[in-house]
Ligand binder design. Sequence first.
Ligand code: FAD
Ligand code: 2HG
Ligand code: ZN
Length: 481
Amino acid sequence: FSSVATTVQRNPLFSSINSDDISYFKDILGDRGVVQDELALVAANTDWMHKYKGSSKLLLQPRSTEEVSQILKYCNSRSLAVVPQGGNTGLVGGSVPVFDEVIINLGSMNKILSFDKVSGILVCEAGCILENLITFLDIQGFIMPLDLGAKGSCQIGGNVSTNAGGLRLLRYGSLHGSVLGLEAVLANGTVLDMLGTLRKDNTGYDLKHLFIGSEGSLGIVTKVSILTPPKLSSVNTAFLACNDYASCQNLLLEAKKKLGEILSAFEFLDSDAMGLVLKHLDGVRNPLPPSVHNFYILIETTGSNESFDRENLEAFLLHSVESGLVTDGVLAQDINQASSFWHIREGLPEALMKAGAVYKYDLSLPLEKMYDLVEEMRAQLDPKAKVVAYGHLGDGNLHLNISAPEYDDKILAKIEPFVYEWTSKNRGSISAEHGLGLMKANKIHYSKSPETVQLMFSIKKLLDPNGILNPYKVLPSTLFS
Ligand code: FAD
Ligand code: 2HG
Ligand code: ZN
């Protein structure tokens, strides 16, 4: 997939790795932390979608903040560009090098540092895998305030750096709310200790927010302090069918009104998305056979009163069927059935990968307009390019995916700039949750004013004057030339 990479040029001000650099890194990290093995490098250079490939010859694996600081200080003085990398599950080409940038993977910094049961505050290193944190907390009777399909590989540092949204944002809000503090290392090696564990702290500018969602372009996140909610005893999951998009919207409104305090997820997929999962994921069956429905909704409630919560959801479902909003539905009878519903929704990115080439868009749009875009897109594409729509409906976040047998510039020309212009015209966001990365660095103007982008660039210049941190990503390349 060359058309993305060829639009940017390697910055000639950056140096290339030499044998003195390798010796220096071995001195500070030991042999174990300096990886030049070809297979490991292929994996670290390639993104999850196999769409973006760099050609870095060096992967570093620091074990402490001090090591990260020493690496960055050295790279800054030598003008060696770097890519911070977590679980490498990012979907916008942000986590892999574009050229020969040094990859700094945080996976070896994976210690849980403290957990306070009374406050629910967890402090850990950035390389902790999300699923490991979920498992750790489960034993303590708590949950992470975020959950996503990539939980088995993504790291909390990567989550924070992308401000990942996911399946629980509707209930627990974004990481700008639940991350209470963090530690980050700047390009020149300065360690910023902002690892507070306080709910309230209005002493000056809250700089941690600069690092939440800045995709490794302002610093490397090394530690995180995060507020976790208690695990509640009653979780119910329903899988429903709606005839049309208007019903999906009305169902959301009703769910907010009638299930307000227990609603914890409201996800949707259309019939093309369901078709794709059924075709490409093993062992999945449609919970609402035999007919194909136009839309499917996954609702989850989480509360503390088992009989009341269940009755509440049952009454809601009955009413939704009687009023015609829902045409069919099933309430999970046990945890296995609930996870089979979640598997359909969470398995979509993987099913798309198996289906062939995929053009991925992650949009925030006004709810009432959201599905118009899907229909317009379908009308203008050849049917061999399947338009697949799903997402976090409860958050106004559409995942618009176009699945084709192979990458084809003619298809791309029909999608872009149409999708971006449509989103901008409707005052949406061209990146609801995945970030800009390499894919959308030059598209930021569709969602941000020139003055805002200029201020972002000034901040970038201040924190990383040599531009070594994740170059070619997030901000338009024209600003740097
Ligand atoms: P990486 O992919 O390694 O990196 C992502 C970005 O963060 C890069 O720019 C990288 O340079 C930077 N970075 C990583 N670690 C650090 C660090 N310690 N310090 C500074 N910068 C760093 N996203 C959502 O928002 N919601 C979803 O529901 C969701 N579901 C997904 C499901 C699947 C199956 C997949 C493959 C991806 C999904 N994603 C989702 C996208 C992705 O953003 C998240 O998976 C995750 O937040 C990325 O974490 P990671 O550790 O893999 O980071
Ligand atoms: C999800 O919600 C992820 O499943 C991935 O954010 C979205 O595949 C996508 O487009
Ligand atoms: Zn998502």
